[in-house]
Design a protein around this ligand. Structure first.
Ligand code: MEV
Length: 352
């Protein structure tokens, strides 16, 4: 993915430093979205294999303001970036143009429909190219700000207009998780299925510090599939059965079993040449520090590793081990109740 350098978002939208006309205008729509962590099934999911993923509380948010300029504008103040609808010179400009066009077709907010333009301010708490769904979270948050009161599935569909610009042929899992949060089983072309959790799931996310391009990594697997179709099909068959078993393990709160399945998924991903030295090192450090399982998450080639922890104390140990080795990381939890609640359409989207 080619977006912009990682920066921490301001903690609060009131701290927004506007780049343009939205400085004094009243908000007409707001949206939030989760970051995503693929527990098992990345890459294979592009070819129709199911994948398991969770939404994390770090994500993105966006606020739309009435008019402000003749064409709609997207500002990402923390990145010092401003693009206008129709701007074809950057991926961000093309993605915003595609999303605004799709929003108009889906019954955009009254302000966009009435004045023909809005100014959107957006923030991401996720590192671009980090495998945690930065682009999808931004796309979903902006889609929610542009088109109020859509169900999560519709928002995810809408955000695909944005995602296709960055990723070419994305499976849709990133947008689905960004829109739904909680824990889901995603299968391309089918409605996503919430997976009810019995207990709290604690994961650690460790960054290799190396940004990677999802499109490049997906293209690499496609080329391997052309050269060695049997190897790749066998790998996908293996991943299919790991994902099925992982779903059962998740539902039964069998985190030990889930961790082992994640380790096996990592072995298969290495065989598809999407792992790197840094990823293997982060996985090794996590397992030595007591992780139940560890693997790359997202496209690989850099980005992040996900390690499953037994509890908060174990999560702290894993993150400390990464930090002692010069990497950065953080932990996140998905609660049983949150998983169920997030399966419902978002309740609090502002309307124009
Ligand atoms: C990227 O987060 C996940 C991939 O499977 C690509 C996709 O599903 O579009 C690598």
């Amino acid at each position: 993915m080619h977006l912009y350098p990682a920066h921490e978002a301001p903690a609060d939208e009131t701290q927004r430093e506007t780049l343009g006309a939205s400085a004094s205008a009243a908000p007409v729509g707001t949206g939030r979205a989760s970051g995503k962590v693929i527990l098992l099934g990345e890459h294979a999911v592009v070819y129709g294999v199911p994948a398991l993923a969770i939404g994390i509380d770090r994500g993105a948010r966006a606020t739309a303001f009435e008019g402000g300029s003749p064409t709609s504008v997207l500002e990402v103040p923390a990145w010092d970036v401003r693009v206008a609808e129709g701007d074809a010179s950057t991926d961000l400009g093309r993605a915003f143009t595609a999303l605004v066009a799709a929003a108009r077709e889906h019954g955009a907010c009254a302000s966009l429909a009435r004045s023909g333009s809005v100014t959107v301010s957006a923030y991401s708490e996720l590192p671009p190219g980090g495998g945690l769904g930065c682009s999808a979270a931004l796309g979903v948050a902006i889609a929610r700000a542009l088109v109020p009161a859509l169900a999560a599935t519709e928002v995810a569909d809408l955000a695909m207009a944005w995602e296709r610009v960055f990723h070419g042929n994305p499976s849709g899992i990133d947008a689905a998780v960004a829109a739904h949060g909680g824990s889901i089983l995603f299968e391309r072309g089918n409605p996503m299925q919430p997976v009810p959790l019995k207990g709290t799931l604690t994961v650690c996310l460790g960054s290799t510090g190396v940004p990677s391009s999802t499109k490049t990594m997906v293209d690499g697997v496609a080329r391997l599939r052309e050269r060695k179709p049997e190897l790749v099909e066998k790998s996908f068959a293996g991943i299919t059965s790991l994902v099925r078993n992982a779903r059962l393990a998740l539902e039964a709160d069998d985190t030990v079993g889930l961790g082992k399945l994640m380790d096996l998924n990592q072995m298969i991903l290495s065989g598809l040449f999407v792992s790197t030295e840094e990823i293997e090192r982060l996985c090794g450090l996590a397992r030595e520090a007591g992780a139940l399982g560890a693997k790359l998450t997202g496209a690989g080639g850099g980005g992040c590793v996900v390690a499953l922890a037994a509890d908060g104390v174990s999560a702290d140990r894993i993150v400390a081990a990464w930090e002692a080795a010069g990497f950065s990381g953080f932990s996140s939890t998905v609660q049983a109740t949150i998983a169920a609640a997030n399966a419902a359409p978002p309740a609090a989207e502002a309307s124009a």
